[in-house]
Design a protein. Structure first.
Length: 84
């Protein structure tokens, strides 16, 4: 059963985003609903990658409350690898 505890799924989310002067996207917060808003403190890396939950997109390695979290931008939509 230990493997199922780490199971993740693709979950599309709303993201507060700023467009930088050079055209880059800068995600500011992830919104899971009106009560669940997670402010992104820092973007450590942006690179094109394949997600473990399927799909290929730009992976933003974010820091939220001191924890690393992955946020993906694929075909105009944002998603996270959410725990099941």
């Amino acid at each position: 059963m230990a493997g199922s505890m780490n199971k993740r799924e693709k979950r599309y989310v709303a993201v507060e985003v700023r467009f930088e002067e050079d055209g880059r996207l800068r995600p500011l917060a992830i919104l899971f609903g009106p009560e669940q808003i997670y402010k992104i403190d820092k973007i450590k890396d942006v690179s094109r990658r394949a997600a473990e939950v399927g799909g290929v997109g730009d992976r933003y390695l974010c820091v939220i409350d001191g924890q690393e979290s992955k946020l993906w931008f694929e075909k105009g939509r944002w998603f996270v690898e959410a725990k099941v």
